[in-house]
Design a protein around this ligand. Structure first.
Ligand code: HEM
Length: 400
């Protein structure tokens, strides 16, 4: 096995911790997962593999203490964010193995890890825990291997596909975000709409493949539990979820399928801001300031017979349909098969902390369903959707 090489501009203490996270840490988690999997109730963690858990806790702590002594060596955002990810991986693994348990404690027993995480979180401008970007877009690979919790194939499959799909969403958001400064009637707008539609089609293809190859039980019992909420110091921070990027909401808002004045939608978006990198946070703020494309097209209906209107309105509707299709697949296939159905099979006491954001599963499913229906512009009278406006736009097309 090739030993992971630390980042070039880093201190020996940071490098020692990184080497441990990329090696021994993965071995310990993988061994613990193997022990849990031999039980009749695979969800049970209490009193199992205690020696391995002690090793995980003590070895990580011994490497973290010198990092607090070293203090902030100010080596830039990337290094500080990567170190926050490493401390976060350690704290999330301790939570997964119930070395810590937020409902049992008022403050994290991982005092040194909390100290370091709070310092790093404050200096980089994100929540002081590991966030989705640590697993995906900021997860530095060394000789093809990025940081994981376990060596299990399900975790790698999940992260590989999530990362690629997140980038597809980002391509779509980038294309849509470039339209408003020049206007939807600009000759280049059509290319951007096509790029957004095709990027969303990539996301649908990747998410579909993920659903086909990911092992349901391995994901549910040995991957998802690392994404639970945990305490840093006295405060509990919600877990990581694949939606913690600006792109999904940029697309919602730029298309006009979701509205910044819909309080239940905006509340969901505002909640996620601390879990984004500062760069992503800025992009999300911009999306709230820009006009949306659906209003823009409807506002120019006097041009309905112009070739640009016919072409761009038709492609805009295809982008909306594709966005709705990926959202429907996420909810009806991924969430249903990989979370909802396995949750029905385990004892109720193990359902606690099942969701990344913390609410009980039925509450979360309800909220996710409402997001799906906004993106589908579905016929709902309890939440605002753009169903009628899309129908009006469609009625203006000559080749419907
Ligand atoms: C097995 C695969 C997946 C499962 C089981 C799954 C499940 C979930 C769950 C349960 C949530 C809610 C998290 C919470 O608040 O607790 C969520 C949120 C989210 N996920 Fe996934 N997810 C999967 C893959 C993906 C992928 C590949 C993407 C796209 C890159 C994605 C995009 C999102 C988004 C955008 C949200 C935030 C809510 C929203 O805006 O719709 N997910 N997912």
């Amino acid at each position: 096995m090739i030993e992971a090489q630390p980042h070039s501009a880093t201190t020996p203490r940071v490098a020692a911790f990184d080497t441990w996270i990329r090696g021994r840490f993965i071995e310990l988690n993988t061994e613990l997962e193997a022990v849990y999997a031999t039980q009749e109730n695979r969800a049970n963690v209490a009193g199992v593999g205690d020696e391995l858990k002690t090793a995980l806790h003590d070895e990580g702590r011994a490497l973290i203490i010198p990092l607090i002594e070293e203090g902030n060596t100010d080596e830039g955002f990337d290094r500080a964010f990567e170190l926050l990810g490493n401390v976060g991986y350690y704290m999330a693994a301790c939570r997964r193995h119930e070395i810590t348990e937020p409902s049992r404690e008022r403050s994290s027993p991982l005092v040194e890890a909390s100290t370091l995480a709070l310092h790093l979180g404050a200096s980089v401008g994100t929540a002081p825990r590991f966030v989705t970007s640590h697993m995906e877009t900021y997860n530095r690979a060394v000789n093809g291997m990025y940081r994981t919790f376990t060596a299990g194939p399900a975790e790698k499959t999940f992260i590989d596909y999530n990362t690629r799909s997140a980038f597809a969403y980002m391509r779509a958001a980038d294309a849509l975000g470039r339209i408003h400064p020049m206007g939807i009637s600009h000759p280049a707008a059509h290319d951007l709409l096509v790029a957004a539609r095709d990027a969303l089609a990539d996301a649908l293809r990747l998410n579909t493949e993920l659903g086909e190859i990911l092992d349901v039980d391995d994901f549910f019992f040995s991957v998802r539990p690392y994404y639970k909420p945990y305490r840093v110091g006295s405060q509990e921070y919600r877990g990581a979820n694949a939606g913690d990027f600006a792109a999904f909401n940029q697309i919602d808002l730029l298309l006009g399928l979701c509205s910044p004045t819909d309080p239940s939608y905006t509340q969901i978006v505002v909640e996620k801001i601390p879990y984004l990198t500062p760069d992503e946070q800025r992009q999300l703020h911009h999306a709230f300031r820009h006009p949306n494309l659906l209003d823009s097209l409807l506002g120019q209906s006097e041009s309905r017979d112009e070739p640009w209107f016919q072409e761009n309105a038709a492609t805009f509707l295809e982008v909306c349909e594709m966005h709705g299709s990926v959202a429907a697949h996420h909810h009806d296939e991924l969430v249903a098969r990989f979370i909802q159905h396995p949750a029905e099979r385990i004892p109720p006491e193990h359902l606690e902390g099942l969701t990344a954001s913390g609410p009980p599963l039925d509450v979360l499913l309800h909220a996710l369903e409402a997001l799906r229906d906004r993106r589908l512009a579905a016929d709902r009278d309890d939440i605002p959707t753009r169903r009628d406006d899309l129908a009006t736009l469609r009625s203006m097309l000559r080749n419907r």
